[in-house]
Ligand binder design. Sequence first.
Ligand SMILES: [Zn+2]
Length: 291
Amino acid sequence: MNTLAIDIGGTKLAAALINDEHKIFQRTEISTPANAAPQALEQALARLVDVYQGQAQRVAVASTGIIDKGILTALNPDNLGGLNHFPLQATVEKLTGLPCVVLNDAQAAAWAEYCYLSAQFKHVTFITVSTGVGGGVVVNGELLTGPYAFAGHIGHIQADPNGPLCGCGRVGCVEAIASGRAIAAAAGHELEGKNTREIFAQAQSGNAQAQQLMTRSAQAICQLIANIKALLDTECIVLGGSVGLAQGYRQQVEQQLAQSPAAFQVPIYAAHYQHDAGLMGAALWSENHSA
Ligand SMILES: [Zn+2]
């Protein structure tokens, strides 16, 4: 049986077929429409799934935003142009004629990473530090989604009550301090206008401001991990995302966490599935959660 997996991100829509051996093939990608009108997303999805006609028996979708009972809502109005209450599951079922499961992308990635580690651990928390900060929580072998699908949105746990305003409308969220967007926004002087990749390259070559920005981000993630350990007693953390996987970043988080009391310490692994985490997680999830 093939699953058609779809990943809806803020900048691109990806799709692929995933077979029973969990091999990914026929991966394609198109840009997410700049226009936030629901018709624009529906047309883009139609274009994306068209090439897979007759090749899959079910569909699994991972998407940015809150995915509650098949409906997509953007938590941050800047993402997906503020697209709200989009009937994602019904739209994909109509376009493909196949049964469909839908899941938040970070929750899907958490499920993929958990499945990879499930021989060792039953309690795993995934944190992605990228343009934003997201996550997903697996407790006792179950993905925590919550009654309103909001579980695991750990980028919006508060890190500093006097911190910057977050895109979600709250003040001082981890995302507003640690994310790639936040790092770039806080950069001044010689780093002004540079993206996170350029700032991290500067940090590697000894620029003091760049190092400080990286440390500030890693500190916020370290405190987040300690809070998660206190709340869930998670057995391991999986760190992903372009910032989370940047050279030296995870080691900084580990060094800071090592200075915390023993009860707050937890091993931190680099994410196994990188840009395919959403696709793989949604497909793996659909195996046990199809209608
Ligand atoms: Zn927030």
